[in-house]
Ligand binder design. Structure first.
Ligand code: ZN
Length: 166
């Protein structure tokens, strides 16, 4: 490791490789090989707990990071399930358990993301929790690159590498 290498702090463009697994060992990201992310540090692009844990790391360093549910996708909300009659869904929609749906609430005029938990004659049980709510997440991180963001990247709040150009 190069001792003069830049450390991760706000305004740095960081590239890292990672895998993410659950308490039971199930790998939910990077199962087929680590995934790579490039992001601008300090802009809230990552889970807040993850971004905090990366402060001060340099290219070439590895770190194991564990995030409790409240630092990751939140606790499981037991009231966030709702049974919706089948007649409320478009007839040509092929519903499958685990499928993500956007539900439009006419009264609130808002769109919510929900997941199909169960399908029965009574209707479709929708889960409004994030699929990783209630999970403790275990990350294995390897920092590949740390560089200062350009002025344009700072203005946009995101990096311009990795196919992103405008
Ligand atoms: Zn941009």
């Amino acid at each position: 490791m190069n001792p003069s290498a830049l450390s991760i702090t706000d305004g740095m463009v960081v590239t890292f490789r990672y895998t993410m697994s659950l308490d039971d060992g199930e790998i939910v990201a990077g199962a087929a090989g680590p995934e790579t992310i490039t992001y601008l540090h300090g802009e809230g692009a990552l889970l807040p707990g993850l971004e905090d844990a990366l402060y001060g790391l340099k290219a070439g360093q590895r770190k194991a990071i564990t995030l409790a549910p409240h630092e990751a996708y939140g606790e499981l909300d037991e009231d966030a399930w709702e049974l919706v009659p089948l007649s409320e869904f478009p007839p040509d929609l092929e519903l499958e358990p685990g499928m993500a749906l956007e539900i439009h609430d006419d009264e609130m005029d808002e769109i919510y993301e929900a997941y199909v938990a169960q399908i029965s004659d009574e209707g479709v049980l929708l889960d409004f929790n994030h699929p990783l709510a209630g999970e403790t997440l275990h990350f294995q991180i390897e920092v590949l690159d740390v560089r200062p963001a350009t002025r344009e990247e700072l203005e946009h709040g995101h990096p311009h590498t990795g196919g992103h150009a405008h």
